[in-house]
Write a protein that binds this ligand. Structure first.
Ligand code: CA
Length: 368
């Protein structure tokens, strides 16, 4: 009898041990798959490698490719509508110079903020170009042919309704990744673009960290204002991302105590103390590719990473670098997959922005 009990005990022990092992294996497998599924692909200005950036057509294509997030860049019109456009100028991507030749400012640029929504909607939108010797030259020659077919600009509300409509018809829950362009500039012009953006997000039901949206900005003083003032006043608590620029780009200006505006110093944020400060206001960090991979030291087959991702992770922030373009690769990779590998798995970023979302999604799916 004792022997039988002993045997039974052994069987129970064995089952328990085996069960535990299976659970552990399952847990490990889950960890592994989470590791991959946590890496996210953000459609940079939509599927902008295939269709003109930020058009609803480009968003629809990226949506169908299966991205979890579509990016919106926002600028404000003269009559206070939020326009989905990358620059706060109209001249790189529309025929504004032909339609409204006398509306440029002294610097020769046509500002979104000087035009009404009706005027903006009258423009034809196209693949980005630069004027050289009086001729328009397409910036990415192998992309959608400049000036072909017909594309129009649209408002932030129209894009949210478009994405929420698709979410309804497909049963998916694709998110927004919103950037307010140059809040400092809008402030100089008497407009509060961040407040307007939050009002629209709230109207469409995006109010908490569980809402499927990231709010991103290059303007650190404005991010502090968004977190400490606007979101408090409006009873909102969205996920936020601080975007990092090189100082040489003059991406953001900061108002001084004497009222003057000076270029914002991003370098001070890329230190352990700076990153801890950013983490008080941001859930994530958006560096350029060059900030997570040392482009000077990296060679083919020998990627040298920076300490950016570690610093951000040490401060519990996710890292989503910008931008991977198949047709604009750095010299240390042979193809786009090597760049996805370097950013996501060697530098350890949590996701990335790419103009070719299908290639990014395919890369993650196939990554072992
Ligand atoms: Ca952007």
């Amino acid at each position: 009898m004792k022997k039988i009990l002993y045997l039974l005990l052994l069987v129970v022990l064995f089952i328990n041990l085996y069960g535990c092992k299976s659970n552990m294996e399952a847990a490990n497998n889950t960890d592994m798959s989470n590791k991959n599924s946590e890496k996210i692909i953000i459609a940079h200005r939509g599927a902008s490698g295939y269709l003109p950036e930020h058009t609803l057509e480009s968003k629809a294509l990226a949506y169908q490719m299966g991205v979890p997030y579509l990016e919106q860049d926002l600028a404000m019109s003269k009559d206070n509508h939020l326009i989905v456009i990358h620059d706060h100028y109209l001249d790189r991507v529309t025929d504004v110079a032909e339609k409204f030749p006398d509306r440029a400012r002294k610097d020769g640029r046509y500002y979104v903020i000087d035009f009404t929504l009706d005027e903006i909607k009258s423009l034809n939108f196209m693949e980005g170009f630069t004027v050289k010797d009086g001729k328009k030259v397409q910036d990415y020659p192998n992309r959608f042919p400049m000036g072909k077919s017909t594309f129009k600009l649209h408002t932030f509300e129209e894009e949210i309704e478009f994405i929420q409509g698709l979410n309804k018809t497909t049963g998916k829950n694709v998110g927004l990744y919103v950037e307010t362009k140059a809040p400092w500039f809008h402030k100089q012009e008497g407009k509060d673009i961040s407040k307007a953006t939050l009002e629209v997000l709230k109207k469409y039901g995006y109010t908490t960290k569980d809402s499927n949206v990231y709010f991103q900005t290059f303007d650190f003083p404005d991010l502090v204002y968004v977190r400490e003032k606007l979101m408090v006043d409006m009873d909102m608590d969205l996920k936020t991302v601080m975007l990092f620029a090189e100082n040489s780009w003059n991406e953001t200006y900061e108002q001084q105590d004497d009222g003057s505006w000076r270029p914002f110093d991003f370098d001070k944020l890329r230190t352990p103390e700076g990153m801890a400060l950013v983490a008080k206001f941001a859930d994530g960090a958006g560096p350029s590719n060059d900030m997570v991979i040392n482009g000077k030291l990296s060679k083919k087959g020998n990627i040298v990473i920076t300490d950016f991702v570690k610093l951000a992770h040490d401060n519990n922030m996710v890292v989503h670098p910008y931008t991977v373009r198949k047709d604009k690769l750095p010299p240390y990779v042979d193809n786009v997959n090597e760049l996805y590998e370097a950013i996501l798995y060697q530098a350890g970023a949590d996701g990335l922005f790419t103009d070719f979302p299908d290639l990014g999604l395919e890369f993650i799916k196939n990554h072992k």
